[in-house]
Design a protein around this ligand. Structure first.
Ligand code: FE2
Length: 182
């Protein structure tokens, strides 16, 4: 079942500070800072994504958006309590921006415990290859986000606490879909 919900108008936001590139991108791919610019530019054009927005009670919903070569861009929607699990994006760099609502990203702290960070509409986050994160709509309103991966996502590894509490990989899935639960 899908729901068509009316979203609040997006608000113009000041551009977030650029993130310094951490490494040269492989030919034909974009670095996280460039992916951040890309998702921000798409979010700033609601005509490109707002008509596509759908929500799904059974889980997060997504659809692919037009993207330059070497990049996959996805529109994701999140009803309250919908989220991912702790994961990495394999060799892909990634960035996401919140286009409506608020999302919470959790990353392991020094002791492995998740540290939450809220991302309101207009905020952008970068995810370097090897970074672990989890994303959830911890709020009470639907959320919409735009995600870019370069090279396109091919593999995700999920992580969980082992017997001694240290994070260990629990499963790896081959996927070209974003933030999948599979
Ligand atoms: Fe992710």
């Amino acid at each position: 079942m899908t729901l068509d919900l009316t979203l609040p108008p997006t608000t113009a936001t000041a551009p977030a500070p650029r993130v310094a590139p951490v490494a040269a991108a492989a030919p034909g791919t974009l670095r996280t800072a460039e992916l951040a610019d890309l998702v921000r530019s798409i979010a700033a054009r609601p005509d490109r994504w707002r008509p596509l927005v759908r929500f799904q009670e059974s889980g997060r919903w997504w659809t692919r958006l037009d993207a330059p070569a070497g990049v996959d861009v996805w529109l994701l929607t999140w009803l309250p309590a919908q989220g991912t699990e702790l994961h990495d994006h394999g060799r892909s760099s990634a960035a996401f921006t919140v286009a409506a609502g608020t999302l919470t990203e959790l990353r392991p702290g020094d002791d492995g415990a998740p540290v939450p960070q809220g991302f309101a509409a207009g905020r952008t986050q970068t995810v370097e290859p090897g970074d672990l994160h989890d994303v959830v709509n911890a709020g009470t309103e639907p959320a919409v986000s735009i995600h870019a991966y370069s090279p396109p996502l091919t593999r995700m590894t999920y992580w969980g606490a082992g017997p001694d509490g240290v994070l260990v990989p629990t499963r790896t899935v081959d996927t070209d879909e974003p933030e999948t639960d599979a």
